[in-house]
Design a protein around this ligand. Structure first.
Ligand code: C2E
Ligand code: CA
Ligand code: CA
Length: 653
């Protein structure tokens, strides 16, 4: 650091400011502050100087000494006042000002004290006045070197100014004792220089060391709060930022908390690899950060989730921010020539309406996010009180599901899958039903996801397969049974063997079982899944790809896995997207299936028009309310009996 102050003649005369210019501003400030610590010691010294000098003036009766005593006391008083008020007022950048202010006072005081002591020697006063003042001045000069070692230039300057007038007077007076005294005082200079500089070095190094370790600690803390992939705050950083934001928020301030979850990010990771996944996260993180003011918190909450906390005026402002976030995320991402289109679900919670602290806000935003996802993703949901009730219902369902099996509240219903040419039932799909004593009939869409999350699905799935197989064993041999399998069930140890054992116990030929799976199962090419499919295929079990068209809809799965059936999702048959496009898709899939020797099932057929449309498009099988809803086992048996004009009892008996 360059010293931009011109050197004074005093500075040229005094030892060079030891290493001062190599100091960082922070260390310099800390050292300068040591000058101002213990202002009381300064006050005691000042009082002592005032009393001694006035005593000397009084005892001697010299008017010139009265003048010097007055000047000395005035300087001392000004310095004491300064020592109490200046450091408190000045900020961290004021090291130079503080130092100069101290310097002026210190040099002035020392010079006057030195001149005073020299004058008493020169005037050869009685009653030991010269001894009083010389001892005073020397004591001050030596003591100050220790006290002000933090700024050696000042310390040694003060010593020099105190002793120099006395040395000159001793030399002027002459005589052995006086020469010896002058020599003694002269020797004080190198001796005190060496002591002061040593103390200074120790002080400077320990302050610098403390500074360095504090800096390091700060850097480590920053690292611990930063996410490596995106450079945004991580979970710890978010917690810290939230607490800070809440502390700084005015009493009537409002906040918006946005919890963002990327839709289908797992597929990007699984299909394109984790490296690409990380780059997508980094790009989205960068966009979010850039689109929001610097004061807002943008954090990655682990996985594919981000959290944003921002000051807002009201709900309308939140809506705008949510739209902005969606816009940034859905904008095409280009990576090495690949075009990626991402979408996100967002849960929004507002302070103070939805929660008063960080914890409550996060919980509310999490619930809102859960809703956004459950409602079909790619949307933003504001928290509202009913979401807490929904969550409680889920918790209840989770708790009661384990008991439902034992209490016999579950049963299996069967929905026919019909040949669209002949109208004959070819398969029954087993669909689970839960008749709750208080809540009434619960939909599988409500409790199957809960069963999956809680792991109950494994026990539940085994029970369903066993029950359904027992019913199916009673049907004519050409009617097959379709059972839905959740990916979690398949990944459970011994899954394939469990199914084969259930078939054996029920006496159902494995070739009459068809397992309906969704493509999410094949996203990762897991050896467990492959083993499961191979083991069951070898035993003759068939596989159907369920809900085709709702997921990633990659045709690759169809080639790589032994499906005998593709079930086109009911959104292609009824619902808002039906039209030429869905028709064309069914046609294309049907053609491909025909060449691969697979059958196509159209789901959700409710009207004769829909039946005709899918048949024209090339589907060979159909399922839906137009034919029949899912019915209990005895009604399924009756449907078969009616169709075959046979006596029901001969089938079920
Ligand atoms: P999914 O496998 O796609 O089953 C077809 C769903 O569509 C059934 O709903 C069925 O009742 C309904 N459906 C059939 N025809 C029509 C129609 O014409 N119109 C309309 N609007 N809907 C129709 P359900 O029984 O509520 O089952 C919903 C989902 O729950 C199933 O979808 C399946 O994913 C899951 N699920 C049902 N039972 C089981 C099971 O035993 N195990 C597992 N793992 N999942 C099951
Ligand atoms: Ca199904
Ligand atoms: Ca389906």
């Amino acid at each position: 650091m360059a010293n931009d102050r011109p050197q004074t003649s005093l500075e040229r005369f005094l030892p060079h400011r030891e290493g001062a210019d190599a100091l960082s501003d922070r260390v310099r400030l800390l050292l300068v502050r040591t000058l101002y610590t213990q202002p009381t010691s300064l006050a005691i010294g000042a009082a002592n100087g005032a009393v001694s000098s006035f005593a000397a003036a009084y005892l001697s009766g010299e008017s010139s000494l009265y003048v010097l005593a007055a000047v000395l006391t005035a300087i001392a008083a000004a310095r004491v006042v300064m020592a109490f008020y200046l450091p408190a007022r000045s900020g961290a950048g004021d090291a130079r000002t503080l130092e100069t202010a101290y310097e002026i006072g210190a040099f002035a005081y020392s010079a006057v004290l030195g001149v005073f002591a020299a004058a008493t020697l020169l005037l050869e006063l009685p009653y030991g006045i010269d001894l009083l003042m010389a001892a005073n001045a020397l004591g001050y000069g030596v003591g100050i070197c220790a006290r002000n070692a933090g700024r050696p230039f000042i310390a040694l300057g003060q010593l020099l100014l105190v002793v120099m007038p006395m040395i000159l007077v001793c030399l002027w007076l002459g005589g052995f004792a006086m020469y010896l005294l002058a020599a003694n005082m002269l020797l004080l200079l190198p001796a005190m220089s060496s002591i002061t500089l040593n103390v200074f070095r120790v002080l400077r190094d320990s302050i610098a060391e403390a500074e360095r370790s504090q800096e390091l600690a700060v850097r480590m803390q920053v690292l611990a709060r930063t996410d490596v992939v995106t450079g945004l705050a991580n979970r710890a950083g978010l917690n810290h930022a939230l607490v800070e934001t809440l502390v700084e928020l005015p009493v009537d301030g409002a906040l918006g908390l946005f919890w963002i979850d990327l839709d289908r990010f797992k597929e990007v990771n699984d299909l394109l690899g984790h490296q690409v996944g990380d780059r997508v996260l980094a790009e989205i993180g960068r966009r979010l950060r850039a689109s929001l003011p610097a004061g807002d918190t943008v954090a990655r909450f682990g996985g594919d989730e981000f959290v944003i906390c921002t000051r807002v005026a009201d709900k309308r402002a939140c809506e705008k921010i949510a739209a902005l976030i969606q816009g940034e995320i859905t904008r095409v991402i280009r990576l090495d020539g690949e075009r990626l289109e991402m979408q996100a679900s967002i849960g929004i919670a507002c302070l103070p309406e939805d929660g008063k602290d960080a914890d409550a806000l996060m919980k509310a935003a999490d619930l809102a996010l859960y809703h956004a996802k459950a409602n079909g993703k790619n949307q933003a949901s504001f928290f509202d009180g009913s979401m807490t009730r929904d969550l409680m219902r889920r918790r209840e369902i989770e708790a009661e599901l384990r008991l439902a099996l034992q209490r016999d509240e579950l049963s299996i219903f069967f929905q026919p899958i019909v040949d669209l040419d002949t109208g004959n039932i070819r398969t029954f799909e087993a669909l689970v039903r839960w008749f709750h004593p208080e809540k009434g009939e619960l939909k599988p869409d409500e409790f199957i996801p809960v069963a999956e999350e809680s792991g109950v699905i494994v026990a539940l799935g085994n029970w369903i397969t066993a029950q359904a197989a027992r019913a199916a064993a009673q049907w004519p041999a050409d009617v097959t049974l379709a059972v839905n399998l959740s990916p979690l069930q398949i990944k459970a140890p011994g899954a394939a063997l469990g199914i084969l054992n259930a078939l054996k116990a029920a006496g159902l030929d494995p070739r009459r079982l068809e397992l309906e799976v969704t493509e999410s199962l094949f996203l990762e090419d897991s050896p467990v899944v492959r083993g499961f499919v191979e083991q069951l295929s070898a035993a003759g079990v068939q596989f159907a790809l369920d809900d085709f068209g709702t997921g990633y809809s990659s045709l690759a799965y169809i080639h790589n896995w032994p499906f005998s059936k593709i079930k086109v999702d009911r959104s292609f048959v009824s619902g808002p997207h039906v039209g030429k496009k869905s028709d064309a898709i069914i046609r294309a899939v049907s053609q491909m299936a025909a060449t691969l020797d697979m059958t196509i099932v159209a789901e959700g057929l409710e009207t004769i028009e829909q039946v005709q449309a899918v048949r024209d498009a090339g589907c060979t099988l159909g399922q839906g309310f137009y034919f029949s809803r899912a019915v209990p086992d005895y009604l399924a048996a009756m449907l078969l009996a009616q169709e075959r004009n046979t006596d029901v009892h001969s089938l079920t008996g």
